[in-house]
Design a protein around this ligand. Structure first.
Ligand SMILES: NC(=O)c1ccc[n+]([C@@H]2O[C@H](COP(=O)([O-])OP(=O)(O)OC[C@H]3O[C@@H](n4cnc5c(N)ncnc54)[C@H](O)[C@@H]3O)[C@@H](O)[C@H]2O)c1
Ligand SMILES: O=C(O)[C@H](O)COP(=O)(O)O
Length: 387
């Protein structure tokens, strides 16, 4: 039996994917696995029992990835599962920035009881007028799951689309409409675009990347869209850019007290992934990741350990070892197993940065005693008896 806990509401269709081998518990200290959305986990302590955390979503900046890796806890996310939901909201943000639709709707509400509203609005409407998206230059920073969809939809609207991504994957490059221009530097994009949207993870490298230096290179009256994370933008510099008119509108899914004091802000309450479809997709993918890991020891879509697929175990026993990526570890593991007279039928070892993961399929039943001996090796972070 495996215990799991949910730190945020997770769509039932995902939880239904977990078999009757799983039971929900309230206390994270009793859990083998955690399902989470945006709950802040940096200040949490994790028990030795915890093996896996699945983020039903894309951004993992709410989870202490290194601390988890050091405890042998594998963290997963659900790449692309909510990308369409975000794409549709970005499209909405672009339209809200192009004309003062929100102001116009407000005006209609305020004048709802005016019997002559039909006449009055023909006078009032010019204050809410704007421009069309067609023909404008649109820049996408980060051509990942969301960025590619956003770039393609903008192209279909007749915009002239530019993208930048220093780590652009072949898969994503092939998914881009062919008349989208991929530029090599942010500066190229800053200089030409009327609209700039950001779709990169929040990591130390991207913190505050939209700052006064970046704004200085942009066109006057540029529209900035941020559906990624608030801390990608330097708030003080954004405030100055909005006040001077350098940035005409800041459209964001991440309001904070500073942003809400700025002029020309269009804000939504972190709604990007809040659609039934995205929530279901994320929950189902997260549940699959958890069950594959808990039941078979396989790692799919991890963000702190290497992916590792050893298939289903067809031998008598399977043991997995999360360990530091340092020399001689495999020698030590095989020594423990051979001292026990155990033959290894199949072994998979994968590494990612400072961490490695090993799956041993053996010709004997795995025992807690063997696991304890492996666990005692310096550099071993977590040992699990799968079978
Ligand atoms: N508003 C929401 O509700 C919502 C929903 C989903 C995701 N997000 C945010 O959007 C981000 C992107 O999501 P995604 O699903 O597209 O992720 P993704 O991993 O598919 O794409 C991220 C892309 O950013 C690129 N990248 C990384 N560092 C970069 C850099 N320094 N400069 C330019 N590109 C860089 C990567 O190469 C990748 O292609 C997430 O990390 C999350 O913070 C927000
Ligand atoms: O990174 C993400 O996937 C989004 O920000 C969605 O977050 P949420 O699951 O809390 O809506």
């Amino acid at each position: 039996m495996f215990n799991y806990t949910c730190l945020n509401p997770i769509a039932q269709v995902g939880l239904d994917e977990l078999s009757d081998q799983y039971q929900k518990v309230e206390d994270i200290n009793d859990a083998d696995a955690v399902l989470v959305r945006s709950a802040a986990m940096h200040d949490m302590e994790f028990s030795d029992k915890l093996c896996a955390i699945a983020r039903a979503g894309a951004g993992v900046n709410n989870i202490p990835l290194d601390k988890c890796a050091d405890q042998g806890i594998v963290v997963f996310n659900t790449p692309g599962a909510n990308a369409n939901g975000v794409k549709e909201l970005v499209l909405c943000g672009m339209l809200l920035a192009a004309r003062d639709i929100a102001g116009g709707m407000e005006w209609v509400k305020e004048n709802a009881s005016d019997e002559n509203i039909g006449k009055a609005m023909e006078k009032a409407k010019k204050q809410f007028a704007g421009t069309e998206l067609k023909g404008k230059k649109f820049g996408v920073i980060g051509l990942g799951a969301i960025g590619v969809l956003v770039a393609n939809v903008a192209r279909h609207l007749g915009m002239d689309v530019y993208g930048v991504d220093p780590f652009l994957s072949v898969k994503n490059a092939l998914s881009l409409s062919r008349d989208i221009t991929v530029v090599k530097s942010y500066d190229e994009l800053y200089e030409i675009c009327d609209y700039i949207t950001v779709h990169v993870p929040y990591i130390p490298d991207t913190k505050g990347m939209l700052n006064k230096e970046a704004f200085a290179k942009m066109k006057d009256g540029v529209v900035i869209l941020n559906y990624a994370r608030d801390l990608l933008v330097n708030d003080e510099d954004m405030k100055a850019a909005l006040e001077s008119g350098k940035v005409a509108r800041y459209v964001t899914d991440f309001p904070n007290p500073a942003v809400m004091q700025m002029p020309h802000v269009i804000a939504t309450p972190h709604l990007g992934a809040s659609t039934a479809e995205s929530e279901d997709n994320c929950a189902v993918m997260a549940a699959h990741e958890i069950s594959e890991f808990m039941e078979n020891g396989n790692i799919i879509n991890s963000v702190n350990y290497p992916n590792c697929d050893a298939g289903v175990c067809n031998t008598k026993g399977r043991i997995t070892v999360a360990h530091r990526n340092i020399p001689k570890m495999l020698n030590r593991f095989t020594e423990v197993l051979s001292d026990e007279g155990i033959n290894i039928d199949h072994m998979t070892n994968k590494s990612r940065g400072d961490y490695s993961y090993c799956v041993f399929d053996i010709d004997a039943d795995s025992t807690q005693e063997i696991a304890d001996k492996l666990n005692a090796i310096d550099g071993v972070l977590k040992v699990r008896v799968i079978k």
